[in-house]
Ligand binder design. Structure first.
Ligand code: NAP
Length: 314
């Protein structure tokens, strides 16, 4: 493939930053890849993995002269990073991010973007429960959605170039309003994570069933939740701190529906239970049919991913 950007700078080089760097280098999408991260150990790990052409603990140094800058730190760090790098961003550069929340990002970063820099917020809807540079892999974005949420009036060419970039990494790109994005991910990702954190926490707090029994007898249901509940604590803390309204809205609906289900269990309403479980099974089927999941008995993840885990690479 041909070079899409002369210099790409990634600020944050965990699962997402590392996967972007690997995909870009494999496909030759940038003339130069620079990465910046906060801790020396993380930078060293990135260097060992040969993720970039240049490495720095100084984000300003990494983004100087970059045509495309992608913020790949937890969302809570974006504002400080942006305040730091804003003075050195190249005029005409595209600034985007990988953050899982968009309304908050638009609100906090928007006013900090220097004139002449094109701000196109983004969210690659791909991930695993692993973090750090070693968790990254170049195929992470293949066949996954990447949502971009440019404000009205954003330079069209910048949006097109960023869409082409994500397309080259294998993603399907969709443009969406930031508020709508936050509602969609609240129900498809954020509330499910909260439910997983909660159910694993509840099992951990139980007095009548011992912790060793929970682990020893963990059947598919609980085990699947533990995978989600193993996701990075800082990243997910920031998601719930920054997408509060959409999460509370969806959580309210979830709790109402849970009460209905609780009542069906208490009253022995088998018809209601069966009707719901039939509907939900069909949803699973349509996700598989849409190519967003496999039917394999390995937590539904791709075999490549499962075997990568087996080798401890993920
Ligand atoms: P990660 O693996 O935990 O990596 C985070 C990176 O950010 C590391 O390089 C870390 O550097 C750096 N960092 C952390 N705190 C920082 C701070 N306060 N200042 C500067 N750098 C900091 O995270 P990730 O999973 O790649 O997620 C990155 C972003 O992508 C997040 O905004 C997340 O919402 C979004 N996202 C994640 C997923 C997913 O499934 N994981 C999916 C889609 C989008 P040090 O180690 O040097 O501190």
């Amino acid at each position: 493939m041909s070079i899409l950007f002369e210099k790409l700078a990634l600020v944050g080089v965990g699962l997402i930053g590392s996967s972007i760097a690997q995909g870009v280098r494999n496909k030759g999408l940038a003339g130069h890849v620079s990465v910046a991260t906060r801790r020396a150990e993380t930078l060293e790990e990135a260097r060992k993995l040969n993720l970039a052409d240049s490495y720095s603990q100084d984000a300003r140094e990494a983004v100087a002269d970059a045509d495309l800058v992608i913020l790949c730190t937890p969302v809570g760090a974006f504002e400080a990073v942006m305040k730091d790098i804003a003075p050195v961003l190249k005029p005409g550069a595209i600034l985007t991010d990988a953050g899982s929340v968009k309304g908050h990002v638009v609100k906090t970063l928007g006013p900090l973007i220097p004139a002449g820099v094109h701000f196109v917020p983004g969210h690659p809807m791909a991930g695993t429960e692993h973090s750090g540079p070693g968790a990254g892999f170049p195929e992470l974005f293949e066949g996954r959605w990447c949502i971009l949420t440019p404000e009205a009036g954003t330079n069209k060419k910048a949006v097109e170039r960023l869409s082409e970039f994500w397309g080259a990494l294998g993603s399907d790109v969709e443009l969406m309003d930031a508020t709508h994005h936050d509602m969609v991910v609240a129900i498809t990702s954020h509330v499910p994570h909260l439910v997983a954190y909660n159910i694993v926490g509840t099992a951990d707090d139980m007095e009548t069933v011992s912790k060793s029994e929970v682990i020893k007898f963990s059947a598919g249901g609980f085990r699947d939740f533990t995978r989600i509940a193993a996701s990075d604590p800082v990243m997910w803390r920031d998601v719930f701190l920054t997408n509060r309204e959409a999460v509370l809205e969806m959580l309210g609906r979830f709790l109402e529906d849970l009460s209905v289900l609780q009542r069906a269990v208490r009253t022995g309403d088998g018809d209601a239970l069966e009707e719901l479980f039939t509907r939900t099974r069909a949803i699973r089927r349509s996700i598989i049919d849409a190519g967003q999941e496999t039917d394999a008995p390995d937590f539904g993840r791709s075999h490549a991913e499962a075997s990568r885990e087996g080798t401890g690479k993920s």
